[in-house]
Design a binder for this molecule. Sequence first.
Ligand SMILES: Nc1ccn([C@@H]2O[C@H](COP(=O)(O)OP(=O)(O)OP(=O)(O)O)[C@@H](O)[C@H]2O)c(=O)n1
Length: 543
Amino acid sequence: MLGYLSHLETGQTNQPLYLFPMCPHFHHPPPGNPLASTSCPSVCLLPPPLSEMKEKNPWHTPVTIILTVIGVIAIVTLVTVAVLQNKPIQQKYKYGIVLDAGSSHTAVYIYEWPAEKDNNTGRVQQKYSCKVKGKGISSYADEPQKAGESLRECMFEAKKQVPKNRHGETPLYLGATAGMRLLNLDDSSASNKVFQAVEEALQRFPFSFQGARILSGQEEGAFGWVTINYLSDRLKQGLETTGALDLGGASTQISFVSDSYNGLESPKNSVNFRLYGNDYHVYTHSFLCYGKDQALGLALAHQTKSGPRTITDPCFHPGYTQTKNYSILYDSPCVSERKPQEAPLSFTLSGSGNFTKCHEVIKSVFDFTSCNYSRCSFNGVFQPTPQGSFGAFSAYYFVMKFLNLTDTSTSIEVVREKLMEYCATPWTKIVKQHPKVDQKYLSEYCFSGTYILTLLIEGYNFTSETYSKIEFIKKIKGSDAGWTLGYMLNLTNMIPAEAPDSPLLPHAGYVSIVTIIAILLFALFILSLRPVWPTCSKQPQIV
Ligand SMILES: Nc1ccn([C@@H]2O[C@H](COP(=O)(O)OP(=O)(O)OP(=O)(O)O)[C@@H](O)[C@H]2O)c(=O)n1
């Protein structure tokens, strides 16, 4: 244990010198020079035998032992508290449900956000979505009861998704868009009956039902803009915002912030928000009847003005044929006034798959002649030049994804060439290539792709350069792009007007600083004990 023990005569005392075992090369001092060490650089005071050591080692004094133990406990406690402090023990959530009652279908979205955050300022995200089977609620005008029934399956699922103890406090909203706008224009009593039926159905669920209503086109556009900028964290961080392009079945919306628009010219297109301490003047416009299904109706109406029995439609593939009923086509208020006199019951459509001619037909449904403002998109509607990046969602995404055209770095010319080739492909070949795709959707992608390109380039005035700044998106960070999230955030006041005070340090920074300070304190404590450190000198010392 003690390595080596020798006795030295020092002249003053006659004490044994203990050599530490750390001096492994120590040998006996040369005869005649008892003080010289042979290989160990210093001669250390050897510890006393074990029994003596307990009394003599300065580290073993009761005071240092107690102080060390207290110091270590204090530091461990400090660091543990720092780590545990702020750490969410078990995340609890609050919920909100929004039903998007669109023209083509209804979807149920459940959102969740951390319950412990003050004023519900925690990040809201989509927890679940459910597509209601069947068509949109506006299609139940003749049997409104069925509109309510259609929602039941998804609502039962929503009941399972939201914890039972949160049911009563979970707000439930239904917002109807262009399908119900059109029904309301056409037959307001039928529209009221549909609302009554869906309200009754929704009130049977244990959520806090906040009502069903038709959103204005302006709201639909503006809340879509809020959603995509909220999800991409641009609002919170005060970054430059992204414009929103929404293409539905019956209407389409464009919303963006432009340096050249302050709301003075055409104030009806202006929506102002103050979010997280920043003011936003958003330009927005919704074109009723320019969603992709109604636009197809406009294009067909253009081709059936004279009430023919057959038409050759360039927007459908060669070899595609379909019989269409005149009264169904002209049922929509978008075209009802144009119904040809003395038209037969139906007409047969046969596709010719010609992109250039299809483009001409589609252009004819836009009015580019009248504009009473400094600049217009179409139909005499004021619109500043598109500025910045854009997120294009809903049918923009479905169609461009199917056509493999979501990469906007591809030039517009190449997009045109691809569409030309796609439209000219025989229908039988298209069906063989996509056996699993619903044939109703499949037959319309040539029209839809051509319509999207025409709407963006000729309609909204996107150029080759600005087209490349469009991103076709479905979801952002797991939540669907669309108006529903923005609508709920607005109704629940979940986006504060002013930027909330943020903690001085993030949790990780706080823990790091406490840990560093604890280590420094410990080092300081060790240094403060220096006077009682065991000494180790080149000179032999006599104890
Ligand atoms: N895989 C899919 C799914 C949908 N669609 C089309 O996309 C449009 C639906 O877009 P959506 O945003 O769901 O429209 P709605 O909300 O129903 O319409 P609106 O907002 O105009 O009321 C419809 O034309 C539908 O035919 C499509 O082409 N491919």
